[in-house]
Every structure is written in C-alpha cells, then in structure tokens.
Design a protein around this ligand. Structure first.
Ligand code: NAD
Length: 317
C-alpha cells in the first residue's frame, strides 16, 4: 500500500513534549499544520506554551511563521495518551525519553491506531529503528528521524531505516521533511551517533587532546573553529571545502597534493580518556573563556548569531 502523499499530511502527532517535542511542535505549527501532542507531565500545556512564546519570534524573523502565535496555537491540541495523539494524525514524530522500553511501548501503541499508510519517525539520538520496531505490527513504516536541537531552527534531519523498515518509508520520510522545509539526509547504515554526532565527536576528541597536551587553551581551540573552518562549514561540508582548497584541480588535486600529509596528521591524533583531571582542565578553561558573561547572555548571543547565519544560508542550493 502506498504511503499518504506529502501534500495530504495536515496533522502531526507528537509523542513527548520536552526539549525536542516542543521544538518540533513549533516547527510544524509554523508550517501551517495541526499538532496533536501528548506528554504525561501535568505541566506540559504551560511548558509548551512558554516554549512556543520563546520560539515564535525567531520563526517569524526567519520568515517561516506567517501568523501570530495565537492563530497557530489554535491548531494545537493536547491528548491523554500516545494512542489518542496518533489518532487522526498523518505522521507521528515520537520524541519521548531516551529509554528503549518506553519507546518500544509507545511505538507499539502508536502503531496499533495509525493506518498503515502513515509513517512513524523517532527522534532518538541513540537507538536504531531495528531495536525499536521489534514489536510493531507494521514495522516497515518506522524510521529514525533524528533532528538537531532546536529542531525549529536547525534544518538537518538524519533519516535512518531499520532492518524491517521499507525503502519506501525511508524515501517518504526524507521527502516529507524536505517538503516541510527541513534538510533531510539518508543515513544508510545503523551506526551509533548516526552521521553528524559522530563528526562532532571526532572533532571534540581532538579538541580535548590538544588542550590536554598543552597545544592550545580551551579558548584558543574554540576560536580555531569558530573564527576559522567553522565559518566555512556553515556554508559547505568538509568535502566541498577541500575540493575548493584543491584549486582548479579540485578534490583530486587536494588528495594528490595534501593527502599524504593528512595521513601523517591522522597518525598523530589523540584518543583521550575523560579522566577527572581532563574534566577539571576543560571545565576550568571554559570558565576562563566565559569570563563574566552569564549563561543567558551566551544563549542570546548564540541564538541571535545563529538566526543571521540561518537567514544567510537559507537559499544556498
Ligand atoms: N536534547 C537533544 O539535544 C536531542 C537532540 C536530538 C534528538 N534527541 C532525542 O529526542 C528525544 C527526546 O529528548 P528530549 O531532549 O526532548 O528529552 P526531554 O526529557 O526534554 O523530553 C522527554 C519528554 O517525554 C515525556 N515523557 C515521559 N514519558 C512519556 C510517555 N510515556 N509518553 C510521552 N511522553 C513521555 C517527558 O515528560 C518529557 O517531557 C530522545 O529520544 C533524544 O535522544 C534529543
């Protein structure tokens, strides 16, 4: 049976309304969709409302949201269970706590009420769909749809199928996320951390190693990214960046010219252990880097700059 068309998706079920679920709700509401939410915490309606009030100005500023929050929030409803939130939904984004047993039980509940032509995505950072779909009646429609915090601002969604997920469901999810304005990629194998978190982990490993070895302070290592390659990485990824670094000869020339040197650097990279000493060293370095700036000031600085970067990179393709 073919999946529902992307254009026919009008209602999103969201299961779990914490950091990620609330942010997904903001995005889907901004895109004009109805959102059916469930979360057992009694504080949920108030917390979600506060989250939406914080997120809405940015969504307006980016030109994603075209209505007032009042208008958009009229499409938001709260429900007592996952089954109820999923009833009548055209797509479900599960964003419950990162516990296998909780997710398996919720996915089974959603699966039982959602027609088989609707896809279910899990926001999980750490589990594979294979593990989570074990008890599903229609396991072929479960994908991992892994966002980056906050999903209402960061475009990337990593889509990963499990052993019993159909290729059609994976392709449907990728096209759907793109249809609603995200930038989805296909992670072709289930590996811990998917793609983007592995890349972050690889960089952070060497950042810790460089501080540990006294090569640079925490502040200088951060500056080496934020004022250097980090700026280019917001425009294009490491491969295209190096293609350009190869001059007219491009990627092929870069390999021939600099490849052997890079291999020598790889051999010298570190694999630090997170010992109490390393922890103290980095925590102290971060305190020095922050100086007298408050947490709130830093968040504000990050978010305001991020909004300008997002606006500048929105139409790059
Ligand atoms: N926080 C991140 O940076 C991030 C990024 C990408 C993906 N994720 C993934 O998103 C998912 C949610 O993470 P989070 O950071 O939003 O966690 P969170 O703790 O902020 O939110 C989880 C929410 O789920 C609710 N919940 C608990 N039991 C539930 C149930 N039975 N049914 C429905 N809701 C229930 C909790 O009340 C809470 O509001 C996790 O799978 C996580 O791996 C998190």
């Amino acid at each position: 049976m073919p999946f529902i068309t992307h254009e026919a998706v009008k209602t999103i079920g969201i299961v779990g309304a914490g950091t990620i679920g609330s942010s997904w709700a903001a995005w889907f509401l901004a895109r004009g969709l109805k959102v059916r939410l469930t979360d057992p915490s009694p504080a949920t309606p108030e917390l979600v409302r506060t989250y939406l009030e914080g997120a809405w100005p940015a969504l307006r500023q980016l030109g994603v949201a075209h209505e007032t929050l009042e208008q958009a929030a009229s499409r938001l409803s709260f429900h007592a269970s996952a089954a109820e939130a999923a009833t009548g939904a055209d797509f479900v984004q599960e964003s419950a706590p990162e516990r296998a047993a909780i997710k398996q039980a919720l996915l089974k509940e959603i699966d039982a009420v959602l027609p088989p032509d609707r896809v279910i995505a899990s926001s999980t950072s750490g589990f594979g769909a294979t593990e989570m779909q074990a008890e599903m009646r229609e396991p072929q429609r479960l994908v991992v749809g892994h966002p980056f915090n906050p999903p209402h601002l960061i475009p990337l969604v990593e889509v990963v199928g499990g052993g019993r997920t159909s290729e059609a469901a994976v392709q449907w999810a990728i096209a759907f996320y793109n249809h609603v304005g995200k930038r989805a990629i296909h992670v072709r194998k289930e590996v811990p951390g998917h793609i983007a978190n592995r890349l972050q982990a690889a960089l952070w490993r060497e950042a810790l190693h460089l501080v540990q070895e006294g090569v640079g302070s925490v502040d200088d290592v951060d500056a080496a990214i934020a004022y250097g390659p980090g700026l280019r990485w917001a425009v294009m990824g490491p491969h295209l960046t190096f293609h350009l670094a190869g001059g007219k000869g491009g990627m092929a020339h870069f390999f021939d010219h600099l490849g052997p040197n890079v291999e020598k650097w790889w051999a010298d990279l570190g694999t630090p252990l997170i010992t109490p000493e390393l922890r103290d060293l980095i925590v102290g370095g971060v305190d020095e880097e922050i100086g007298d700036r408050s947490y709130e000031e830093l968040v504000e600085q990050r978010d305001q700059t991020l909004l300008r970067v997002l606006a500048a990179t929105a139409k790059r393709e």
